[in-house]
Write a protein that binds this ligand. Structure first.
Ligand SMILES: C[S@@+](CC[C@H](N)C(=O)[O-])C[C@H]1O[C@@H](n2cnc3c(N)ncnc32)[C@H](O)[C@@H]1O
Length: 219
């Protein structure tokens, strides 16, 4: 599919190294500060992955951020697909809450046992493979999110449903990020990237354990 897109004149999206994602010192400082929060809250986003470079850059204007959604709260129940071996359930939601002083943080997961509510955090049941289950989450967040993250099932059908939800609910200037894509799936994401209209700026980001697809809504 990506070859077809290239053959009809859609250029391939270049792959950026995650450490090069921050564009200036302010974004690099934000990345370092966010790493402290991920580590303190037991998330694997910085000690296994190095996602703080990406999210620090996206969220550097900390006080302006109003809402973040993450699909995939984190479960340690081994009867659930994509459960965590290390990492604390809810760790990344709490880290975003602690990093962003005025934002509301929404989480969603298929495992109802990890749903919780605490200061500026609300969570919902969502099965990424069942589009109708996104509805309650969509009603609660009201379409104006700064950042929507897919860290759930990590299968192509779940990714695409979450991308559809994300593109509908992200604010102008905001971001939709799909984490933890296998390196082998690069051509699939080149094709997805080619399908999106120019009002979305697309990035494919490389880190040690996989790729990240990051989209910014421009208008
Ligand atoms: C890697 S963990 C998330 C880790 C967490 N975001 C963090 O950074 O600490 C993946 C989560 O996806 C959830 N999940 C698996 N299949 C899902 C589905 N179909 N819909 C929604 N969530 C799903 C699992 O229950 C698990 O909690």
């Amino acid at each position: 599919m990506s070859e077809l897109a290239a053959s009809v004149g859609k250029p391939k999206t270049p792959v950026t190294e995650i450490v090069d994602f921050p564009a200036n010192d302010e974004q690099r400082q934000a990345a370092n500060a966010l790493k402290q929060h991920f580590d303190a809250q037991g998330s694997d986003k910085s000690n296994h992955h190095s996602y703080h470079h990406l999210y620090g850059a996206i969220l550097a204007n900390r006080e302006a951020m109003r809402s973040v959604i993450e699909i995939g709260i984190g479960t340690q129940h081994s009867d659930t697909v994509s459960y965590m071996v290390a990492g604390k359930p809810g760790g990344s939601l709490r880290a975003f809450r602690d990093f962003l002083p005025f934002a509301r943080i929404y989480g969603a997961d298929i495992d109802r046992r990890v749903l919780f509510k605490e200061e500026r955090i609300e969570t919902f049941f969502v099965d990424q493979t069942e589009p109708a289950t996104f509805e309650q989450l969509a009603r609660s967040v009201d379409g104006e999110c700064d950042l929507i993250i897919d860290d759930g099932l990590h299968s192509p059908n779940a990714n695409i449903q979450t991308l559809i939800f994300g593109l509908k609910n992200v604010r102008r200037g905001g971001w939709v990020v799909v984490e933890d894509i296998g390196h082998h799936a690069l051509p699939v994401w080149q094709a997805v990237s080619a399908l999106l209209p120019e009002r979305y700026r697309r990035h494919i980001v490389n880190e040690e354990h996989g790729l990240v697809f990051a989209v910014q809504r421009l208008e």
